[in-house]
Every structure is written in structure tokens, then in C-alpha cells.
Write a protein that binds this ligand. Structure first.
Ligand code: AMP
Ligand code: ZN
Length: 475
């Protein structure tokens, strides 16, 4: 499989460090608000990556953090803690906010068929791990104390800024926001590992540390949680493109300084979901959540389908019209699958292999989900029996998770429920025709005419022919 690696700035053959095993880390949500559908785009694409690696036979271990402390409103280490902002907004405690939005995040993921990471760890559960790593960074001379905080010294590194092939606008967070400079920093890109003095007063959660009571910086949590569960080497690190700088750049800096060797081999970044007004963002407000989509009657899987239709390395524009088109295409696809029938014929092995080849080719091509969706239509067109098509679709759905077989079965059931109503009407018409025939035979013409009139009032036109009476439903 080829994947684009943001660290090497090119597509590379994916080769995990340990044959057959993949260790993967995903930056989790900052739980001060609902995830917006942009965040969820990133998690859907990461989910497809993990599912496809498993589909390809890898034993995958995936870890995700929950950011419940230390993520400030500005990535330049200024502003207030986002969690505190959420707590103030809702007049609740930080931990109440964290618990509520963590649950909401998992509920959204479930609806979108995003599998849970094997290990999910909130940052507040790992304070000792952060302190341990920061102490080593200080001992090794990669960190310094200033104004009561502990900072990472980026000037100590040979290579700090590794994701510099990205669009400046995508990276233009934090240090370019024009926020006030932190005078304690020796170099512009230095970042806080542990806060004590600054932002101390109204910070709700704080812990004892060798440098005073305080709380960790945001970047250190992902490095530590990854190393805690996945060890010294990581195969793939994922996140949205806004995380590339400064978050992931700082993660690499501190992890490699701590470990003394390369940490993560492949960096997988998902481009943003934008609206016509720009990037969808939690802090800007006015963002769309999955619940809004549900309230408007959209199936969550129609949104998943919308995301899969485009490649993760292209930004995706959200509009209701685009979503409507995706929903229509998804429903049409399910209707086509519902037309396939399993009559117990054997699966055509050559056809099955051909379908699988098309699907694999799409996803081996830098996880091209757009081509994988096309592969679904290709399968429907293959000249093989329905059983083979159904077997292939079930196989693809292990990765795409669009409920293709179950969704189509539900559609069939609904149709069948509707059919008895139609059948009942037909039986009623036939019984009325029979009654009219009997009335005529008994020379009860008034009754025969009354039956004809009743049928007509229900839109049924009768025609008497030599062979008998036929009918036509006109309404
Ligand atoms: P956050 O909850 O803000 O920490 O973000 C959770 C994930 O969503 C991170 O991987 C972000 O990079 C990603 N993300 C943020 N905004 C967007 C967006 N508009 N489109 C896609 N992914 C995003
Ligand atoms: Zn992270």
C-alpha cells in the first residue's frame, strides 16, 4: 500500500517497523464542545485507514487521547484553556464538561461507524507520565525554566520544522495569529511543556510538580500517551492538517529529544472540511454537528458516504446541496444492492478476485476512497452472478462501513411491507368484480351498478370484455 507521508513529503510504500503489526496514534478531540462535522471527517478517514490496514491483514493497535486539559485557545501558548472556556459557557465544572462531550463524541462515532480506538486515554489520567518526560527533557538540556513555566528549547534541534510543504494558510495557526508574545520564550517557536505562573489563576485543574503547582501543555500529552501505550516507535500518526503545525511538529521535537532516535515513521494528515465561508472550526462557532444533520433527517451514513466520495488529501467543501447529492447517490446505491438476490448459487471465484483487485487497487493508491466508491459501481456492473456481487460488497463494507447489505435488506423489507397494502387493494378489486358478476347473474343490476360506481370512486375503471371484466387503476 502506498501512503502519502507528510514527513517525507511524498508517497511511500507503507512498511511497518515490525512485520505484520501496525502501531497507530490519533489525536483525539478537545472535549469542550461537540465535535463538528469537520472533525468527524478526519475521524472517518482515519477509521477507513485503520479498517483497511486490518483488512490487509495487519494486526493494528490504535491509541487515541482525549484532550481534557492544556489546549489553549491560541496555539502560541496564550489565551485560556479551551476546557475552562467550555465550563464557563455552560456553568459547569471542567470535568463535567469533559465527561459530557467525551460521551457525545463516542455517540457520534458510533452513528458514523467509526470504530473506537483500542486504547483511549484522557490527558488528565497521565499527569505522572508527563512529569517524567518533562524531567528527562530538562536533564538532557532540551528544556528550560522561565517565569515559572517549563519550555522546550527548539534551538537545540537540528531539524525542527518538518511539515513545511503544506500550504501556509493551513499551517497559519498560533504563532501567526498576532496574539501577544510570551516574553519567557528564548526562541519564537519554543513551546510550553508545563504551565505554572501564566494562566494559573483561573485554571481549574492543576497538579503538584517539581516546578510548582500547574498543568501540562497540550503537545506533551500526545507524545506521552503514545509512548506509554505503543512504546518507543510509532508507525503512523494521524490528525487533521491544522495539527501539523505546531502540534505535531512539537510532538516530534519533544519525543525525539526524549527518545534520542526517530519516533514516528509515517504522518497521515486529513485536509479540512470547509464551508463557502472558510474552515469549519469549533472556536469560530456556528459549526455544524452530526445532531444537526440528524435533526434535518439525514442518515449519518449518508454523511460518511459524502466524506468517502472525496480523497482525504483534498479539502472538501460542505454545502447542503453537496450533501443532498451524496444522500441521493447513497440511496440509489442501496436500491441497486436491494435488487440483487441470493439464490444460493456459488460465488464465482474469478469474478470475486477481480472485484477485490479493483477495490484493493483503489485503497492501495494512497487510500483513495473516491476510487473505492467507484469500485462499488464497478462490481454492480461485473458480469457475474448476484451472489458474487453480494459477497464482494459485503467484503468492501468491512472497510467502507456503509451498511450496504443491511441497508439494502432494510429497504427491501420496507418495500415488502408496502406491497401487502397494494395486494390488499388488488384483492379487494377482484372480490368486488366477482360480487358484481354474481349480482348481474342474479339480475340485481342496481347492486352491480353500485359496485361499479364504488370502484370508480376509488379510481378503478372496469371494462367488460368477452373474456371477462378487466380493470385499470387510474389514481
Ligand atoms: P480538536 O477537537 O479541535 O482537537 O480537533 C479534532 C480533530 O479534528 C483534529 O485532528 C483536528 O486536526 C481535526 N479538525 C479540526 N478542524 C477540522 C476541519 N474543519 N476539517 C477536518 N478536520 C478538522
Ligand atoms: Zn495530538
Amino acid at each position: 500500500m502506498e501512503l502519502y507521508n507528510s514527513a517525507s513529503h511524498r508517497r511511500e510504500e507503507f512498511v511497518p517497523r515490525e512485520p505484520g503489526k501496525v502501531k497507530i496514534y490519533t489525536c483525539g478531540p478537545t472535549v469542550y464542545h461537540y465535535a463538528h462535522i469537520g472533525n468527524l471527517r478526519t475521524y472517518i478517514m482515519e477509521d477507513v485507514l485503520v479498517r483497511y490496514l486490518r483488512f490487509s491483514g495487519y494486526d493494528v493497535t490504535r491509541v487515541m487521547n482525549i484532550t481534557d486539559v492544556g489546549h489553549l485557545t491560541s496555539d502560541a501558548d496564550t489565551g485560556e484553556d479551551k476546557m475552562l472556556k467550555g465550563a464557563k459557557r455552560e456553568h459547569k465544572t471542567v470535568m463535567e464538561i469533559a465527561a459530557f462531550y467525551t460521551d457525545a463524541f463516542f455517540a457520534d462515532c458510533e452513528k458514523l461507524h467509526i470504530e473506537k480506538a483500542d486504547i483511549t486515554e484522557p490527558a488528565t489520567g497521565c499527569i505522572d507520565d508527563f512529569i517524567k518526560v518533562i524531567s528527562v527533557l530538562l536533564d538532557k538540556g532540551y528544556a528550560y525554566l522561565a517565569g515559572g513555566n517549563v519550555y522546550f528549547d527548539t534551538s537545540k534541534l537540528k531539524n525542527y520544522y518538518v511539515f513545511n510543504d503544506f500550504n501556509k494558510e493551513d499551517l497559519a495557526v498560533g504563532v501567526r495569529e498576532g496574539v501577544e508574545e510570551d516574553g519567557n520564550k528564548r526562541n519564537k517557536n519554543d513551546f510550553v511543556l508545563w504551565f505554572t505562573k501564566s494562566k494559573f489563576e483561573d485554571q481549574a485543574l492543576k497538579w503538584e510538580s517539581p516546578w510548582g503547582v500547574g498543568y501540562p501543555g497540550w503537545h506533551i500529552e500526545c507524545s506521552c500517551i503514545s509512548m506509554k501505550h505503543l512504546g518507543e516507535y510509532l508507525d503512523i500518526h494521524c490528525g487533521g492538517i491544522d495539527n501539523a503545525f505546531p502540534h505535531h511538529t512539537n510532538e516530534i521535537a519533544q519525543s525525539e529529544a526524549y527518545l534520542g532516535h526517530e519516533w514516528c515513521r509515517y504522518w497521515f494528515h486529513v485536509l479540512h472540511l470547509n464551508t463557502n465561508d472558510g474552515k469549519m472550526s469549533k472556536s469560530k462557532g456556528g459549526f455544524l454537528t452530526l445532531s444537526t444533520l440528524l435533526e434535518k433527517g439525514y442518515d449519518p451514513l449518508a454523511y460518511r458516504f459524502f466524506c468517502l466520495q472525496s480523497h482525504y488529501r483534498k479539502s472538501l467543501v460542505f454545502s447542503w446541496e453537496n450533501l443532498d447529492n451524496a444522500r441521493a447517490a447513497y440511496e440509489k446505491l442501496l436500491a441497486k444492492v436491494a435488487q440483487l438476490s441470493d439464490n444460493g448459487q456459488p460465488v464465482d471465484e474469478a469474478g470475486f478476485a477481480e472485484g477485490l483487485r479493483i477495490f484493493r487497487q483503489a485503497l492501495d493508491n494512497d487510500l483513495n476512497t473516491s476510487l473505492a466508491v467507484t469500485a462499488l459501481y464497478d462490481v454492480l456492473k461485473l458480469s457475474v452472478n448476484d451472489e458474487t456481487k453480494l459477497a464482494l460488497l459485503a467484503e468492501f463494507d468491512k472497510v467502507l462501513a456503509l451498511d450496504l447489505i443491511e441497508g439494502a435488506a432494510k429497504l427491501k423489507e420496507t418495500k415488502e411491507e408496502e406491497t401487502p397494502a397494494d395486494d390488499e387493494f388488488t384483492s379487494w378489486i377482484l372480490s368486488m368484480i366477482e360480487a358484481r358478476k354474481e349480482a348481474k347473474a342474479a339480475k340485481d343490476y342496481a347492486r352491480a351498478d353500485a359496485i361499479r360506481a364504488e370502484l370508480l370512486s376509488r379510481g378503478v375503471v372496469l371494462t367488460d370484455t368477452k373474456e371477462g371484466t378487466t380493470f385499470q387503476i387510474t389514481k
